[in-house]
Every structure is written in structure tokens, then in C-alpha cells.
Design a protein around this ligand. Sequence first.
Ligand code: F6P
Length: 560
Amino acid sequence: MSQPRPSLVRMPEWQALLDHQSSIAQVHMRDLFAQDEQRFERFFIEAAGISLDYSKNRITAETMELLIKLAQSCQLPQRIDAMFRGEAVNRSENRPALHTALRNLSDRPVHVDGVDIMPEVRDTLARMEQFVWRVRSTQWRGFSNRPFTDVVSIGIGGSFLGPKLVSAALKPYWHGHLNCHYVANIDGSHITEVLRHINPETTLFLIQSKSFKTQETLENTRVARDWFLHNGGSHESIAKHFVAVTANTDAAVEFGISADNIFPMWDWVGGRYSLWSAIGLPTALTIGMDNFRALLSGAHAMDKHFHSAPLEHNLPVVLALLGIWYGNFWGADAHAILPYDHYLRGLPAHIQQVDMESNGKCVTQQGARVDYQTGQIIWGGAGANGQHAYHQLLHQGTRLSPADFIIPLHSHNPVAHHHAILFANCLSQAQALMQGKTADEARAELEAQGLSPAEAERLTPHKVIPGNKPSNTLLFDRATPRTVGALIALYEHKTYAQGVIWAVDSFDQWGVELGKQLGNEILDQLLGKAVPSPTHPGPADSSTEGLIRLFRQRNNNYSG
Ligand code: F6P
């Protein structure tokens, strides 16, 4: 590991950025565009099939130089290399983070504790290939010898959001007879709605859990197994219908999954970075293994770029630095992900987990409390729908939330002029955010509409749009397996690059544990199993206690 570095805010590069921010705080992007005809070309980069226009940001060439210097002082290039080499970049769990090995299509070995993990990665891909082929060619059939028509993936968090996103993103590549469903939540309505529409004879369940300990996943799996057994399936036929992906083989076997039906996961892959592993099986089953490999190849192309491109031309690094610029120097708490592509509508939810679970941390890798802001609130949704919902706040609200507009140049479904209209909407939103509308422009517009000067004056403040709101525009040819792979990898690497600068551990997630721990204690109380005692005091607050009492009273002393 590298030596502990000085606190971020005491670095001279940080101070230089603070000074620089003060010097350009009043500059409007309109003027920056007016002063520089080359601004678009100056702030435009491409890699792995993705183009980034970042000219609509509150930046000058000097801003980028200062941000790059900060990244260098934080040893970003060395830390990127350390991740690819398999160093234990997840220090609190003393593990490497090697999702990049899952899509390493080169012959470069990757070592963990002196052992090359690539043969195991390739073996697993070969096993996936075989399994996918058997199911899709209808060789692997259900207990009544009928081919499968439905795949139900049961998993949550990283074992759900990534595969679900990719399945939806690559819907145009679904072929064959398989439909894919996802069950995640521990809310009976979720699994009930899925089970309502499927036939046990023709359904394959994929149980996706790295730990095989996650309450939501195990409970949903029990319900699915009972439903299967009560609807014609037998204990012997479970092996034909239940397959698991996990790093905890023993627990899966103990649960009743046949050892032959278990695909491996590894400690060195974080859940939210696992869609590239066998956790991607629901996707692979629907799009086929060739397309799944193309997804990996897109991510691999982005990996190579991230590993080797100079910082100033490095797409994930530039996005990361812009996020630091707004989050740490302009007070932005949020960042919006706005895909203008129906198939990519799940992207904000997946990136939300990747980013917020990775960088929502308040201590450094060394355990010191940070004295600066870290991960931002990631939110968003599909355009143009959002324009008729939350974009108002982006245009005229008091909070700053930079946005990423993401759009393909070609639609999979060229209906009438839809794509040109969608594209125009995307560009006009970014333009409106940047340019805004001045009081003079607003007043002139109102007067041109025939309003009296007094009336125009009264309405002018409402019509002023401040502008100077930053955004990035990300373009790609079409949402193919390759570009979707590159796009997701781009955000993964952006997240890591920010984590390096903030000096946090981007690969652990201790914060989610307390809720799980308390949840189990509260469940015992709801079930009336645990009566508060000196050794088991129960909820220490009257609110939780009162709510538990209310639940039990209204459920006739519920006992499960
Ligand atoms: O609760 C958060 C989390 O630990 C995520 O990081 C993870 O992706 C998810 O739960 C599911 O975990 P598992 O795959 O072990 O069931």
C-alpha cells in the first residue's frame, strides 16, 4: 500500500482549487461559450464507443489543469494500477476489487495471493456458456419435459440491479423463447405478482446471492420453493428448476440447491460490481452468450482506457473530477443521471447503488473522519419524461444538481421522427440549463406577446431562468451490448476515481449492517419471541417500541 497521504483539504492543490473557484464563481457559461469558439472541441473526449461533451460545465482550461494536479497528488494513476493489479484496495476487508478480471479478455494474468485467477474466471464463463446453451436449446427442461419459458432471478442489491438493468437495456437482443423476471423485495406483493404469471413446469429459478445470507433473498427463495412443491414440483425435481450463484456454496447446498447447479462468486468481486460474473446469468440466458461476451468486451475496452489513458483524456477520470469540482467546491449534494433511452431507464437505479454504496463513507481508508464532502446523492430517470416532472427544479430551483444526459445517436426503434424529437429534447434541456434566460430576454418576450410594460415587469422574475447549470452529454452509436458494457464500466471507474481522491474505501459497505442487525431484533419483537429483559433490552426508544406495540395490537398479537 502507498504511504498515508496528507489530508485532502490541506493539499496545496485543494487550496488552489478553492482560490480558482472564487475567481470564476461569478462567470456565466454563456460568456465562456461566447469567448471561445473551440469550447466544444476543447472539452470533448471519446473512448470505447462513448463520447463525452463536457463543455457545458463551469470550467476553464485552468480548472481542468488544477483538478488533474489534485488527482496526481492523490496518486490516482498509481491507485488505478493498484486496483487492476489486484492489490487489496478494499482495506477494511483486506480484499482486492477485481471486477475488471471478470471482463479481462486479454491473456494478462491477474494474481490474488500469488495465484492467477483468470483460469477460474474463464472456466466459469465456459460453464455459463454450456448452461445457457442447454437451456436455450431446450436440452435442459423442466420436470414435465417441457422447455423453459420463464427465468425468475431472486436476488437483491448488486445481485439484482445490475442484471436487471442489463436485461432491460438489451431487450432488443432478447431472442428465443425465454422471458425474464426479477424478484428482489421482501414484500409479498413482489413475488406474488411474479408467481401469478408463470408455470412451475416451465420456470427456472436463479438464486443470486454472493453471501447466501441475505434475508430478502432467502425468504423469497423459500416462498418460490414452496410454491413449486405445491404446484406439481417434487423434491427430486428441484435440481432441474433451481440454480444458484454464490460465494457460499455450503450454505446453498444446505438450503437444498444441488452442488452441480451452483456457479461460483468470489470475495474479490463486490456485489454491486458483479453483473459481469455468473450473477449476469439471467441476462445471458435472454441475450445469449455471444451478446454477453460482447457486453464484457465493451467493459474491457473501457477498462483498458481507464488503465492507460492520460488523466486529461481519461473519460471516467474527467467525470470523477467534475463531480469533485461541484461536490467539494460548489456545494452540490446531488448528481442526476438522465438516460434518454427507454431501454436504459434502469441506469439511474444501478448507478445509484454503485456510487452511493461505494462512496457514501465518512472515514478515510486509515479510519480518520473526513473533513470534506464525499459521495453525492445520485438520482434521475428517463428523459424526456423527467422534463415534465423534476427538471423544473434543475432549471429554477435553489439547489445545484449537475446532470449527465445520456443518449444514443440511433434508436433501436426508429418510429416516425421520434428519435430526432427525443434528441432535440435532450440537447435543448442541456442548452437551457447552461444558457438560461435573462430578465431582459424574459421582459422582451412578454412585451412581444402584447403584455403591458407593468404586467411584463410583474411576470419577469418568474420567467427568468438563471442558467449556468452544469451538465455532461454522453453519446454512443446505439445501445448495443458493447456500448452498454462500456457505459456501466465508465460509471464504475468514475466511482473508484472519486473514492481514491476522497481517500475512502469504495468497496466495503459497513453502513448497511446496523439496519440488518436491528431488523432481526425488531422482527423477534414483532413476532412476540423476544420479551425485553436486562440481557435483551429491546428497542431503546419509545418510537420504535410504540410502533412495535401498534403492529402487534393491530395484528392480534401476531406470531408469524
Ligand atoms: O445490503 C447491501 C448488500 O450487501 C449489497 O452490497 C449486496 O449487493 C446486497 O446486499 C446483496 O447481497 P448478497 O448478494 O450477498 O445477497
